[in-house]
Design a protein around this ligand. Structure first.
Ligand code: APR
Ligand code: PHB
Length: 401
């Protein structure tokens, strides 16, 4: 089998790339390890920043997001029993975020793929990459017990943190940072906590009150990453959520039956470089962030926007300018999102090793970022998503285009 772009992975990165390329008349084949039901049903994070909202709309897949998503102009930071509003729209020049869960984005993108008359090859096994330093890279895989080969012009490695693509880049530098914090996430049949998300810092640990629908909520608690979910009864979860998020005026989080719960560890990870020969990696294959800054899916979307522009320019004019600088353009923005996610994580979580002085400084930082114009602006512009800077690093014009 032959195609222009062989895409490994049908997560947000692979599916958005396929749609962007399709709109430019560029053919692709998507190979996915899991089943369609599996990728469409897995619960993941749920905030799309303005940059991603724009990409989905430009691609013609923003219709359901616009109808069913919950658009937020701000969020709340909470500490010492006080709730402070961050007006994201005001401090970012009119930008917004939307609560629209990742699996809904996946459903819309898979539907768009089929509406384009294109396929996704699900349930593939043993994917390997070959000849990536030639003009005809190949992907080999097994499907239904048969060995198959896909010959392409380029390979897009969109196969997440555990996929094989990144490992095919020789001499890469991997930067990894582990946190001693884990998140316990729940889905509950309960009323929304507020009109916008609440990020709460408390002596007992961080809590996040998010939402899905008017009757289904997504909340998180900071826990020990090695804790066992069986230690967390529903009563214990609600009592911790209540203690960490109640306000001095007597407000308490609405509770209800919990229908799913799990603990995950947090990690920051960056792979330098994101390209080798005819292989380009994107999304979680190249970098991961702790969820505190709500950046994971959004970074995947902007990586593949850069990749699709590079590939389009190559087919239209033969220029490899953007492709040659793919990693440089992406990493410049990736490092800033990594910085913001790390900053938000440290700002909001309770470090068990902190002494009372360090907690005092953390509370002063929370007060500063939620009450100074400069503090509010820096949170807002990062939370709604920084622009892609297409120019060369060091080229001052690139800061504004
Ligand atoms: N062969 C084929 N597909 C694979 C392989 C493989 N060997 N390994 C992984 N995949 C698939 C996974 O099954 C998954 O569907 O690649 C896809 C990668 O998707 P994501 O992990 O969602 O990564 P990405 O598209 O980069 O999106 C990043 O998704 O997981 C969240 O928190 C993450 O929000 C972030 C966003
Ligand atoms: C979510 O709703 O899943 C969510 C929201 C904001 C975050 C992380 C996760 O920062």
């Amino acid at each position: 089998m032959k195609t222009q772009i062989g895409i490994i992975g049908a997560g947000p990165a692979g599916l958005i790339l396929a749609q962007l390329l399709h709109l430019q008349g560029i053919d692709s084949v998507i190979l996915e390890r899991k089943s369609r039901n599996n990728i469409e049903g897995t619960v993941k994070a749920g905030i799309l920043e303005q940059t991603t909202i724009d990409i989905l709309r430009e691609m013609g897949v923003g219709g359901r997001m616009d109808r069913e998503g919950h658009f937020h102009n701000g969020n709340y930071f909470q500490f010492n029993g006080q709730r402070r509003h961050i007006d994201l729209k005001k401090y970012s020049g009119g930008k917004q975020v939307v609560v629209y869960p990742q699996h809904e984005v996946i459903i819309d993108l898979v539907n768009a793929r089929y509406e384009n008359g294109k396929d996704i090859i699900f349930d593939v096994e043993d994917v390997t990459l070959h000849d990536i330093d030639t003009n005809q890279p190949k992907i080999r895989y097994r499907k239904n017990g048969l060995d198959e080969e896909l010959v392409c012009d380029f390979i897009a490695g969109c196969d997440g943190y555990h996929g094989p693509s990144r490992l095919a880049i020789p001499d890469r530098k991997e930067h990894v940072h582990f946190y001693q914090y884990g998140w316990l996430g729940i889905l509950s049949d309960s009323a929304p906590a507020a009109d916008e998300l609440i990020y709460a810092s408390h002596d007992q640990g961080f809590a996040l009150l998010s939402t899905r629908t008017s009757i289904l909520q997504r909340h998180y608690l900071q826990v020990d990453p090695y804790d066992d979910i069986n230690n967390w009864s529903d009563d214990r979860i609600w009592s911790e959520l209540t203690a960490r998020t109640k306000t001095n005026d007597g407000w308490q989080v609405p509770d209800g039956p919990i229908n799913s719960k799990g603990i995950f560890q947090m990690r920051s990870f960056v792979c330098e470089t994101m390209q080798y020969g005819r292989l380009f990696i994107a999304g979680d294959a190249a970098h991961t962030v702790p969820p505190t800054g709500a950046k994971g899916l959004n970074l995947a979307a902007t990586d593949v926007k850069v990749m699709s522009r590079g590939i389009t320019e190559f087919y239209q004019s033969g220029s490899t300018d953007v492709l040659d600088r793919y990693s440089e353009i992406c990493l410049r923005r990736v490092w800033k999102a990594e910085r913001f996610s790390y900053f938000m994580t440290r700002l909001l979580h309770t470090d068990p090793k902190f002494d009372s002085f360090e907690r005092g400084v953390q509370l002063a930082e929370l007060d500063y970022y939620t009450s100074s114009e400069a503090g509010l602006s820096t949170i807002a512009e990062n939370y709604v998503g920084l622009p892609i800077q297409w120019g060369n690093v060091g080229d001052i014009k690139s800061l504004i285009n």
